[in-house]
Design a protein around this ligand. Sequence first.
Ligand SMILES: CC(C)(COP(=O)(O)OP(=O)(O)OC[C@H]1O[C@@H](n2cnc3c(N)ncnc32)[C@H](O)[C@@H]1OP(=O)(O)O)[C@@H](O)C(=O)NCCC(=O)NCCS
Length: 117
Amino acid sequence: MAAWVLAVGDEVVGWVALSNVSLGPFRSANLGYWVDARHVGRGLATAAVREACRAADELLGLHRVEAGTLLVNLASQRVLAKCDFAPIGTAPEYLHIDGQWRDHVIFQRILNDRAPL
Ligand SMILES: CC(C)(COP(=O)(O)OP(=O)(O)OC[C@H]1O[C@@H](n2cnc3c(N)ncnc32)[C@H](O)[C@@H]1OP(=O)(O)O)[C@@H](O)C(=O)NCCC(=O)NCCS
């Protein structure tokens, strides 16, 4: 996993993480992020996701990043669209959240066309 905290001054106001980092022919990771409700609407998530994708490409050498959002999470879907992610489908019962398996929209961003090392 690679993870970063988002800070305003000395206050932690969010995080972004790449998990399930896979190399070989897949070279992919799952992206997650969160911004404190008091700091939303300022572009923090968008900036963090862009930076995580840059690191996934330039530092980790990945080919692809995947992210999933609840169907109702339009703010998160907007963040992904602004960061050049494309929807690839809906995964039924994808994550267990608040006591129930929830459907998610799955997005991916292809980072580059390099062949695996
Ligand atoms: C979703 C979340 C990460 C957004 O963080 P943020 O820092 O406010 O995101 P940004 O400011 O970079 O961008 C938000 C965008 O969503 C838009 N937006 C906000 N609420 C929206 C809504 N209800 N419907 C549609 N768009 C919405 C904003 O207008 C903005 O787009 P714009 O720049 O075109 O105006 C934050 O609300 C959060 O952490 N939520 C809880 C955890 C979560 O959902 N994490 C993601 C899991 S997939």
